[in-house]
Design a protein around this ligand. Structure first.
Ligand code: G3I
Length: 349
């Protein structure tokens, strides 16, 4: 029977994020799925600053080396994620040895050294990098991260320049979430226009695609792809999952220990996703893939953020102990109705 990568061969690559157990080949169930269904891989955590550069003078590449070697052995496109981000970046990065904030020049030097060391190590082996991740706030203005506060707005173009110096052959991406919402999309368009006008090499924008049954609408998804296609950018869907659980009010965070009642409201499907919800999930995946296929010339890759439902970060976010069902394979590694719908979209083309 056809698989995901076979069904979309000639349209765009189908990718998947791998955790350390998987790229170290200790998760046989997932590995069978990965080899059969996908032709691109992303590292869920292994190439983040905290993982490869835990202390000022210490780089640790053993896990990342195994990630890249696994991808090459499997003949996959190997993606790098992420060089400059405000999350999973140790606080020492922004401080001098006395703990005082670094100067602009000192942080630029540190960013340059990290990017040259990490990107240089995998030159010609990692096909493309998420150079800057999540630099925008929901209103489309630049997030006031330590990168932005210490270096200034130009930290973004500096990061892209360092990555281009370190590996001129690598594709370079800007990656973010909720770009389908108007205000944030407008901010991303402005940011891409500014960077492109300054001659920055940007191959694609990555729409993370952490979606749910009501978001994004088909219209929002289409308008977003068209907005960046009109700038001549490739569009990648880089972290796709569709959370079928009820959205959790923003004020509820992982730190809150939920009352039993609240837990039930927030985690209603502990013993399995009802058939009606499975069908809704399949329909939403089908709607989005029909749009991706329509814009096949612009879409370079659609990457899922995890192999099976049990691997998903959405079982721990925004509160720990959720039981979610956001991907195409269930906890036993079986194909869900959503998988069949994604294949059916390709057959109908
Ligand atoms: O490695 C430590 C381990 O030593 C420790 O025992 C354990 C205790 O909780 O934590 C482990 O670190 C966890 C890390 O994943 C590695 O497994 C962190 O707690 C956990 O917060 C972290 O979650 C990751 C999350 O990014 C953090 O921001 C998720 O796996 C990962 O899927 C998620 O991915 C991000 C993308 O990189 C960027 N876009 C958003 C997406 C979802 O947040």
């Amino acid at each position: 029977a056809a698989t995901l990568k076979e069904s979309y061969d000639g349209l765009f690559r189908i990718g998947v994020a791998l955790n350390q157990r998987q790229f170290e080949e200790r998760d046989q169930r997932a590995l069978k799925i990965v080899a059969a269904e996908f032709n691109s891989i992303s590292p869920e955590n292994a190439l983040k600053w905290e993982s490869v550069h835990p202390r000022p003078a210490e780089y640790r590449f053993d896990a990342a080396d195994r990630y890249v070697a696994f991808g090459e052995k499997q003949g996959m496109q190997v993606i790098g994620h992420a060089l400059v981000w405000h999350n999973q970046t140790p606080s020492w990065v922004f401080q001098d040895e006395r703990g005082a904030p670094l100067t602009r020049d000192a942080l630029l030097a540190r960013m340059r050294e990290h990017i040259h060391t990490v990107v240089g190590r995998y030159k010609g082996r990692i096909a493309g990098w998420d150079v800057v991740n999540e630099a925008l706030d929901e209103d489309g203005t630049l997030r006031k991260s330590p990168w932005q506060r210490i270096i200034g707005d130009d930290y973004i173009e500096q990061a892209f320049a360092f990555a281009r110096e370190a590996d001129p052959s690598a594709e370079l991406y800007y990656n973010d979430y909720s770009i389908e919402r108007e205000a944030k999309r407008a901010g991303a368009v402005r940011l891409m226009q500014r960077l492109l006008a300054r001659g920055v090499k940007i191959t694609a924008i990555g729409l993370q695609g952490h979606d749910h049954l009501r978001y994004p609408s088909g219209a929002q998804q289409e308008a977003t792809i068209r907005a960046f296609a009109s700038l001549g950018l490739q569009v990648n869907i880089t972290e796709l999952d569709i959370d079928p659980l009820p959205r959790i009010a923003d004020e509820v965070t992982a730190e809150v220990t939920l009352s039993a009642a609240a837990t039930d409201a927030l985690n209603p499907y502990r013993s399995g996703l009802p058939d009606a919800k499975q069908r809704e999930l399949a329909e939403k995946y089908g709607e989005l893939f029909a749009i991706f296929a329509k814009y096949r010339g612009t879409i370079g890759r659609v990457t899922f953020w995890g192999v099976t439902d049990g691997d998903s970060w959405l079982n721990d976010w925004p509160v720990r102990g959720r039981t979610s069902y956001p991907l195409l394979f269930d906890r036993a590694g079986a194909r869900k109705p959503a998988y069949d719908e994604v294949l059916a979209v390709a057959k109908r083309l």
